[in-house]
Design a protein around this ligand. Sequence first.
Ligand code: SF4
Length: 442
Amino acid sequence: MKQVYLDTFGCQMNVADTDRMELLLFHSGYRRTQEKEDADLILVNTCSIREKAEQKTFSLFGSLKPLKLANPDLILGLTGCLGQQDGKKLLQRMPYLDFVMGPDQVDGVAHAVDKVRSNGKSFVWTGFDQEKTYSIPEFSLPKAPGASTFVNIIKGCDKFCSFCVVPYTRGREKSREPDELYREIRHLVEYGAKEIILLGQNVNSYGKRGLKNPIPFHELLYGVAQIPGVERLRFTTSHPNDFTRETIRAYQDIDILMNHLHLPVQSGNNEVLKAMRRDHTIEEYRELLFELKSKVPDICISTDIIVGFPGETGEAFEDTLRIMEEIGYSSSFIFSYSPRPGTPANELNDSIAEEIKKRRLQEAIALQSRLTSEIGQHYIGNNTEVLIEGRSSKPGYTFKGRNPQYWGANVQAGEKTLKAGDTVKVRVQSVSGHSLSGKATL
Ligand code: SF4
């Protein structure tokens, strides 16, 4: 068998795409290796959402170049969002690359590799087939899924937030047929999955495009919850404009729908939200979450925040800190704004000094640390249910997993025999960051 080395940058969608390429290549005779030096094929699945991710990609390819020069038979491929965004420019910048491919070409990865092997010519393969339905063939489903596993339900995004490259790199929204999703989930459960995380750039928009028999997102939740063997259900990521009252109802009705929601806010200020083209006000966002929290009291909310967006005044930044306090996020992904080529925000005057952006970033991170720590204290001395996902790297702890509110957990098994996929009650003894540590009790 030949060997493939795979590396991934970016979001869960990219991680899921890499897993899929691994399975598709397995059927073409490639086994995954963790050693670049042993590989016959190296694929880097890239991200272009932030400048930093791009820089990391170029630096990785710089380190791969000597391997290619030493072994011309080695195939080097760049896949994912940076491939879609920069296409030919990447071949010009890195002429030792064999091919560049976009996220919509994931299904054709084995074909791309065969093409290079047969004619030795480098090529770019990007673009979107709007006619093609979004479907994942059954033969490419994993036979050893994790206890917690992602299921892609929708790809692309129609929202066009002014700072974001996703609609340009992943194309317009397309959903997968519910029957196909139910089949996939039954398969995953049969092979050991306990927790299903429905995945998409905007899962709440599920069913609006690409389906012969459309159903709304909340109906999909009820459908998945009925599949025997699904012990936990989650979804990510959500958009406030498509998040419905029926979905709030689903949290109340479906026991296995875990009490966690990731709902990006990006900014707490209406002027900034308008410039970001988020199409909702901070009052609407707040009202939605207050309603959710009143009906599902022990829910934890996490979010995404951008600081230093063009036009963000000192007061506007204070509004972001205010909404963080009001909602009491359990965790946040907080970034300092960096313009992305091809996006509408790239045309705005990025006038906020780096020093100010940095200061705001640090302030928002410090606030989030305090909020996380305050919420975390409530777990100390109490029991929480943890789904074991694997071995812990924390000294003195055997297993790691997550609780319903999506806190990481390190578990001392004591006398208990545990394995991935078990759900265990853990008495929490300490909290560090967004992670709990404690002892298995039952
Ligand atoms: S909702 Fe906005 S931020 Fe999220 S993927 Fe779509 S365009 Fe990007």
